[in-house]
Design a protein around this ligand. Structure first.
Ligand SMILES: [Zn+2]
Length: 315
């Protein structure tokens, strides 16, 4: 049994017993009666002493506990503060990353990122802020997707300047009135477009000519569809028959552009031939892919796939 409880019983019950006996023995001799009274008083005194000790110890314990608590509180505060700071730091980092994860002016020359593998032809595949680069070139096809929040909001400046040069050259050489008919498209715009095609032609058919949201090269801000103000066929297979398409196919590389979806190479690119769709890669690679007029696809050159069934790692 608890010692504290025993002392409570002793201190509380003994005086009561003495008092009870004292009252009950009213008729006994005064001396004997007085003894009971003494017993009662002594028991009360002992009880009070015990109570005093108890209070003293209790106070000391409380003080000790308070000290301990203060110490603990201090520690906790420190820890909490540190945690808060860490959390704040993390939140800030995350927010900063989200806000500035894409320096759209540096999309053509990315820094950092991690190497995730190599292509079948030995080119390095890097992942930079969710974007896939092969040998330093941003790739967007059916295998290599783009993050939903990647949104440059328009054409890349370097690309639109190169396009304007190309259009000016076409005007000067041939009198063409080429223009960018469809350039940058956001994830959500692509979603709307793709879904419209799916409801019109079905998913399988739509997949041959329209990218699913997050897979479109138009979302990169590095690609666009060319039309001519004096040509009726705009972003349709009929454009292939035009002088404009011929000129573009033979000259686009000089301005850093490639014919992205080459005729007869649907199995490589994952898309049907598009004589109007051009992608900026810079003159160095464009020259190689131009291949003296026999266009090589990005997929063939780097040894990558373009399929919704294939993931970027080990592609
Ligand atoms: Zn296009």
């Amino acid at each position: 049994m608890d010692i504290e409880l025993i002392s409570y019983i002793i201190c509380g019950i003994i005086p009561v017993i003495y008092l009870f006996i004292y009252i009950m023995n009213e008729n006994t001799k005064t001396k004997k009666k007085r003894n009971y009274l003494y017993g009662f008083v002594v028991a009360i005194v002992i009880a009070l002493i015990l109570l005093a000790i108890k209070l003293l110890v209790f106070t000391l314990v409380i003080d000790k506990k308070k000290e301990d608590n203060n110490a603990t509180t201090t520690t906790t505060t420190v820890v909490t503060t540190e945690e808060t700071t860490t959390t704040k730091k993390t939140t800030t980092t995350v927010k900063t990353t989200k806000k500035t994860s894409y320096d759209y002016s540096k999309i053509l020359e990315p820094t950092g990122g991690e190497v995730i593998g190599k292509t079948s032809k030995g080119y390095e595949i890097k992942k930079v802020d969710g974007l896939y680069y092969v040998d330093g070139y941003l790739i967007a096809n059916k295998t290599f997707d783009l993050p939903e929040n990647y949104n440059p909001g328009g054409m890349n400046k370097v690309v639109s300047e190169a396009a304007n040069k190309m259009f000016a050259a076409a005007k000067a050489e041939k009198g063409f009135n080429l223009y960018n008919a469809s350039g940058f498209r956001s994830y959500s715009t692509q979603k709307t477009i793709y879904n419209r095609y799916v409801s019109r032609d079905g998913k399988d058919k739509a997949d041959t000519y329209s990218a699913r949201p997050g897979y479109s090269e138009h979302q990169t801000g590095l690609a666009f569809d060319v039309c001519d103000k004096n040509v009726g066929a705009c972003i349709t297979s009929g454009f292939d028959k035009t002088e404009q398409a011929k000129w573009l196919s033979e000259n686009a590389h000089k301005y850093g552009f490639i014919l992205r979806y080459v005729k007869g190479k649907e199995n490589e690119t994952g898309y049907m031939y598009e004589s109007w769709h051009f992608r900026y890669v810079g003159t160095e690679l464009a020259e190689k892919l131009y291949n003296n007029g026999d266009w090589i696809t990005v997929e063939e050159y780097f040894g990558i796939s373009s399929s919704y069934d294939t993931k970027p790692i080990g592609a």
